[in-house]
Design a protein around this ligand. Structure first.
Ligand code: 1HN
Length: 292
């Protein structure tokens, strides 16, 4: 029995998450029509027990350092800005052995799985799925521009499940020196599955983009409603004529087919995700540039 004021542990709750509900979609636990977003808190010493589900999940680390996620028996330590995926039906658990609270954003395709009546979940029955692989193994094996010689793609999701921010940020910094800017996106990259060049996840398309200081993008719209997370910098974005000012760790949702313009006040880095990959596979996706 809980006493008033007693804290529910992450373990008792399974996950301690604040759902980011879109005020235009009240009661639906969605940030866009097809996607879920939440903020997950894991306190020092806590665990979020092992389970798996048919939905795909991503994490984007927003605060703290040193907590870990395990995916299919490999632990990864999480740092600010890391992008971590949990493929469909992969065992996963989280733990925090550090002395600081850890907060990340969760992005899942829950509404998509519901649309198809294909939502399944299973508890592992223990806090941790057994660790059977060395930390860093999948990144070394699949993320160093090489693949194991007899590698055959078995899963739809990327075999890399942690895309460390330090690496992605360094790549953006190197490309930035070339000074080639897309008028609508600045410098925008997509996180890929190294085995086939496709998106890192089967239903969710994740991106990382850099806007140099003072850069103003031209108007852009696409049918994939997009969730933006500010990793660095300050700026403002106009979505369908409404201005939103932002700074580090802010989260914004742009609905489908509304004109978007960004303006970076400082040099800014935005992480974003949408259902673009699902729409492209199903033949729905379209985009338009440069008017509004
Ligand atoms: C889930 O499995 C996690 O694994 C986070 O951390 C949020 C929201 C709904 C359903 C499953 C996680 C979730 C979730």
């Amino acid at each position: 029995m809980l006493e008033a004021g007693e804290l529910i542990t992450a373990k008792e709750a399974e996950r301690r998450v604040l759902i980011l509900e879109n005020p235009g979609l009240r009661g639906a636990s969605r940030i866009t029509t097809s996607l879920y977003a939440g903020l997950q808190l894991v306190l020092p010493g806590e665990v979020a027990p092992a389970h798996r589900h048919s939905q795909s999940a991503l994490r984007f680390v927003l605060d703290g350092t040193g907590a870990h996620t395990s995916v299919n028996g490999e632990r990864c330590n999480m740092e600010y800005g890391d992008f971590v995926i949990t493929p469909p039906w992969a065992w996963h658990d989280h733990g925090n052995d550090s002395d600081q609270p850890m907060i990340w954003m969760d992005g899942l395709d829950i509404p998509l799985a519901s649309l198809f009546d294909a939502s399944f979940a299973e508890g592992y029955g223990a806090d941790e799925h057994p660790v059977s692989r060395q930390t860093g193994d999948s990144l070394a094996r699949y993320g160093a521009n090489m693949l194991p010689v007899d590698y055959r793609r078995q899963e739809l999701a990327s075999p890399i499940f942690n895309y460390p921010y330090a690496r992605s940020r360094e790549a953006l910094a190197a490309m930035q020196r070339q000074q080639e800017w897309d008028p609508c996106h600045g410098l925008k990259m997509r996180y890929v599955n190294p085995a086939d060049g496709g998106y890192a996840m089967p239903t969710i398309a994740p991106f990382l983009q850099l806007l140099p200081q003072g850069f103003k993008t031209e108007a852009y719209r696409s049918t994939d409603a997009t969730v933006f997370v500010v990793a660095e910098g300050r700026g403002q974005t106009t979505i369908d004529g409404r201005l939103f000012e932002w700074g580090p760790r802010d989260i914004m949702a742009a609905p489908s087919w509304k004109w978007i313009r960004h303006e970076a006040i400082d040099e800014a880095v935005l992480f974003s995700y949408s259902d673009r990959v699902a729409q492209q596979k199903l033949g729905f996706w379209r985009e338009q540039r440069g008017a509004d």
